[in-house]
Design a protein around this ligand. Structure first.
Ligand code: GZL
Ligand code: ZN
Length: 333
């Protein structure tokens, strides 16, 4: 190849490389615009998210997934707030998102009721709202575009059906560690479990109290249950974290969890599944926290002027000890 041609080839090569670099830079810089598939600059979507808190392993996995999915590289500018399980903090966060003029508001309501006023304000500001994880009891369903999350009644039912199978018609004293008072998961898991055991009068819920979905409160409430009830056969804990706290109280009382007192929980987080493998929990009903992709898809539909499905269910299953042994090594949370 002549020197002249070599020179031309190297200039063309350099130009092509620069062009490629420029293109790459603009698509990952996450500046004001990203190149969408059509090549036209797609607007970054400003999302205000109000999270319940950081009360449990489930919540930590849910937060991690949402933050890992709603990134600038994926076309989002995510504003995220943790309400420490207080409704007034969520209402304040939603109001601040309205004031900031975000494109979409998403949140997991800590309790079911008391949202109509602030959701009316979002509607008046023409900011669409997406519910994730937990539901609100607003009669006016125009206040939100979509609700994506689990069927908690079904989760409770699965736990109750297991208890019926496990204890047959032997007299069985059950204590219930309820989730946050007034929250959709607590209300619905309780209802589902009760429905599954009705018609089996041998299965009796002899005590029921909220442990607010935390390990610490689950332990304290279980200590109270143990002090007041000489015969407890089964703990029904609305989440793994309260169950793990209860295990500490059971062991401190010199009893063997999973044997002297059996346990069924909801969530299937890593630590819960480990306790199931260790035989301290006997059955877990999964509640899938990985809602980030579904949320991203719903927001993109809304921004494209499409109406998302009103109710989007999460896929989830149940685990026996053997199934937990098989699943634990590859679980994402
Ligand atoms: C259920 C979620 C509940 C989990 C708890 O979707 O709202 O809140 O079961 C969490 O672990 O605290
Ligand atoms: Zn029966």
């Amino acid at each position: 190849m002549s020197n002249h041609t070599k020179k031309r080839v190297s200039i063309v090569g350099a130009l092509a490389a620069t062009a490629l670099l420029a293109l790459a830079a603009c698509s990952t810089s996450g500046g004001t615009a990203t190149t969408s598939t059509s090549g036209a600059a797609a607007k970054i979507i400003k999302v205000g998210f109000s999270q319940v808190g950081s009360e449990s392993g489930w919540r930590a996995a849910n937060t991690k997934d949402i933050q890992a999915t709603l990134t600038t590289a994926n076309g989002f500018d995510l504003k995220f707030s943790d309400a420490q399980q207080k409704q007034e903090n969520q209402i304040a966060a939603i109001r601040s998102y309205i004031a900031q003029g975000v494109d979409v508001i998403a949140f997991s309501p800590v309790v079911e009721s008391g949202w109509d006023a602030v959701l009316q304000e979002a509607k008046a500001a023409k900011i669409p709202v997406v519910l994730t994880d937990r539901a609100v009891d607003s009669k006016d369903t125009s206040l939100y575009e979509s609700f994506l999350g689990s069927d908690f009644v079904l989760e409770g039912q699965k736990a109750g059906e297991w208890a019926v199978k496990q204890f047959g018609d032997k007299p069985t004293n059950i204590v219930e560690l309820q989730g946050t008072t007034g929250s959709a998961p607590a209300n619905d898991r309780m209802a589902g479990f009760k429905k599954a055991i009705e018609g089996h009068p041998n299965l009796k819920i002899i005590a029921s109290q909220t442990g607010n979905f935390t390990r610490a409160e689950g332990k304290t409430v279980m200590e109270g249950f143990l002090a007041a009830n000489p015969k407890i056969d089964l703990v029904w804990a609305h989440n793994d974290d309260m169950g793990l706290g209860a295990i500490e109280a059971i062991e401190a009382a010199g009893k063997v969890p999973g044997k002297d007192i059996q346990m069924v929980t909801a969530d299937a987080t890593h630590d819960g599944m480990q306790a199931l493998v260790d035989g301290k929990i006997n059955f877990i009903v999964e509640c899938n926290p990985l809602l980030g992709q579904q949320l991203a898809d719903v927001i993109k539909q809304i921004m494209a002027g499409q109406a998302p499905e009103k109710r989007i269910l999460t896929k989830e299953t149940t685990f026996t000890q053997d199934q937990a042994k098989a699943a634990l090594p590859t679980r994402q949370y």
